[in-house]
Structures are given as structure tokens and as C-alpha cells.
Design a protein around this ligand. Structure first.
Ligand code: HQG
Length: 174
């Protein structure tokens, strides 16, 4: 019950902080931050509840700094998270479903509605990401080769690897 409430609030926070701040009368700054007390007021919950969600979140989706809060990744609204370029591990993974494979193997991974392509550090995480949509299919990304060829990677505060796109020649099925 308690858990369900936390998940529900986490989803509302994701929606507001990634996709639709204006729906509750908030504006994010250029890097995606909003005043924590403004968010608390806008959602009509207690500050303690919000802090509970931030700390207990299974994926650490939110970050707090100087009494401001933002989503660590996943935005569709225009923000620039200002993450530094990072050297990726040799391989990264992407969880998707079979139906998307023909397009992905032809066009590569594209960010679709989000800012970046989201890549996972482990196969397990990629399986979870793919399972949101159906029977998961995991793609292996040759991050070492991409990086050597000059493609940039960034890593979010909660360990999601981000790239502008992944051309098909760096992809293979797991
Ligand atoms: C697919 C969740 C056709 C791609 C997860 C994916 C993640 C293509 C879908 C985070 C394509 C986009 C992001 C192409 C990519 N043709 N389909 N060329 N390129 N796709 O939700 O990676 O819980 O925007 O495979 O855990 O599924 O929200 O990306 O299926 O970390 O924190 O297009 O969202 O995190 O879907 O998920 P999404 P995603 P949270």
C-alpha cells in the first residue's frame, strides 16, 4: 500500500520533471532544476513524501542539489543536463522488442521522443528496459569502437549511459 503510493508519486514526479512541468504550473530552468518547495506545493504533497521518493527510488531517478530537484534523465522537454563527456565501458546494452529490430538494424538507435538514446551498463538492466514493452530483445553496442570513432557518451547521475544516436554498424544482437 505504502509502496504503491510511493510508486504513484514517483510517476507523477517523473511526468512533471521530464515531460509536462507546465501542467502543474512549474517551469524548469535550463538544466532541468526546479525549487523543491515549489514542486512540493505544486504536487500538493508533503516535503517528507517527496524526499522519501527521491531516497527510496529503485532507479534513483531524481537528484536534489541546493534545495532544487531534477530528473536525472529521460526528459522530453528541452533541458541541457550539462553532463561531462565520459569514457564508456567497452560494451553497453540496449533493451528493446523484436518488432522494432528491422528499423533499428537499418537506421540505428535513435532518441525518438527523448533527448538521447538510453543505454544500460548491464544486460540485466537492458532486459528490464525491454520488458516494459513486451518480450525483451537485447542489443550489444560496441561502445569502444564508437568512442574511438569520435562519438560522445555521457552518463547520468543514476548510471544511465546516453548517446545522441547509435549507427547500425555498432549494433549486434546479444
Ligand atoms: C526504440 C526508462 C524504431 C527503442 C527505461 C525504444 C530507460 C527505435 C523506443 C529509459 C529506433 C524508445 C528509456 C529506431 C530506438 N526505430 N524504434 N530507429 N531507435 N527505438 O522509452 O530506451 O523508468 O524513449 O528501442 O528504464 O525504452 O523512465 O526509450 O524501445 O532507461 O526512468 O524506441 O526509460 O526509464 O522508447 O527507455 P524510450 P527506452 P524510466
Amino acid at each position: 500500500q505504502e509502496m504503491k503510493q510511493m510508486v504513484r508519486l514517483s510517476k507523477r514526479m517523473s511526468k512533471v520533471l521530464r515531460h509536462a512541468p507546465e501542467e502543474v504550473g512549474l517551469t524548469l530552468d535550463a538544466a532541468g532544476w526546479v525549487d523543491l518547495d515549489d514542486l512540493v506545493r505544486a504536487l500538493g504533497v508533503t516535503r517528507a513524501r517527496v524526499l522519501e521518493v527521491v531516497e527510496g527510488n529503485d532507479k534513483q531517478r531524481f537528484a536534489i542539489e541546493d534545495d532544487r530537484i531534477r530528473a536525472s534523465q529521460g526528459h522530453t522537454v528541452a533541458v541541457s543536463l550539462d553532463l561531462p563527456v565520459a569514457e564508456p565501458p567497452a560494451e553497453l546494452y540496449h533493451g528493446t522488442i523484436g518488432r522494432f529490430l528491422p528499423d533499428i538494424l537499418r537506421d540505428g538507435l535513435r532518441p525518438m521522443a527523448r533527448h538521447d538514446v538510453h543505454l544500460s551498463a548491464t544486460v540485466e538492466t537492458a532486459v528490464r528496459v525491454g520488458s516494459r514493452r513486451g518480450k525483451p530483445v537485447v542489443l550489444v553496442v560496441d561502445a569502444a569502437a564508437m568512442s574511438a570513432d569520435g562519438h560522445e557518451f555521457r552518463v547520468s547521475a543514476n548510471g544511465v549511459w546516453l548517446a545522441a544516436a547509435v549507427p547500425p554498424n555498432y549494433l549486434r544482437e546479444h
